[in-house]
Design a protein around this ligand. Sequence first.
Ligand SMILES: NC(=O)c1ccc[n+]([C@@H]2O[C@H](COP(=O)([O-])OP(=O)(O)OC[C@H]3O[C@@H](n4cnc5c(N)ncnc54)[C@H](O)[C@@H]3O)[C@@H](O)[C@H]2O)c1
Length: 256
Amino acid sequence: MSSLDGSVGIVTGGARGIGAACARKMAAEGARVVLADRLEDELNRTCGEIGELATAHVVDLKSELGVAGLIEETVRANGRLDFIVQNAAVQIEKPLHETTTEDWEHLHAVNLRAVFWGAKYAITHMLSRPGGGAIVNVGSVMSVASDPILAAYSTMKHGVLGLTRSIAVNKTYARAGIRANCICPGDVMTDMQVAYWSTLADPSKGREAIEAHYPGGQISLPTDIAEVACFLASSASRMVSGAELVVDGGRLPLYY
Ligand SMILES: NC(=O)c1ccc[n+]([C@@H]2O[C@H](COP(=O)([O-])OP(=O)(O)OC[C@H]3O[C@@H](n4cnc5c(N)ncnc54)[C@H](O)[C@@H]3O)[C@@H](O)[C@H]2O)c1
């Protein structure tokens, strides 16, 4: 029996990409998983593929009522919430001086404010019952480094790591068994990644150039991130809190 067997969790942005891979792996380990996303058709398809342990919850995470309702409905339907993987995000590729106020506010709303709300409502529930729970935030290597064309994205991802640490150092939370960690993936083969390549002058050359920077010559698969998310959501990581777990095959420490 795996360490997620019988637990209940939420994965935001679960319709596709890294979120779908996390939900798949968590359900395979025996967890009941609520997949939250705004893409209704894709969400229902992914839940259908996973099977009876997966439930679809259509929501726009830009709404506080939507995020609060997601936590409330999960607890109502399953009796509790043991972990939340806050994975949904959007990316805009622009240098700072070209970033509009609308771009900034959109990225802030989805990539950081929704993560604040998700943590706030999950923690409120986790404090109300014995056992605590795990907050698993999906940041990025952009939580600890930066890129000239990812100014707003990188700022919000730094914020996700700061929020994670703020939760982890709170003694009331920690003594109630609540942990928070931040996964920081490098490039991962998902729709978000393909959309980024499509903005480059020559997408296939761009992809080769990105992969060439990786010591192993390859970027991650969504399942690589899902493995780490399962570990952080489970009691196997009970003494891991406030950590940023970089998953990038050794790309980040490579200077030249
Ligand atoms: N793909 C990469 O290379 C990469 C690298 C580092 C970090 N990440 C991070 O991993 C996470 C997942 O990325 P991905 O590549 O799987 O992205 P993706 O675009 O494939 O999937 C993101 C999901 O989030 C959902 N979403 C976006 N805005 C939403 C909203 N307002 N309400 C509800 N759902 C919403 C989308 O519908 C989508 O299903 C993100 O936090 C991303 O920043 C990705």
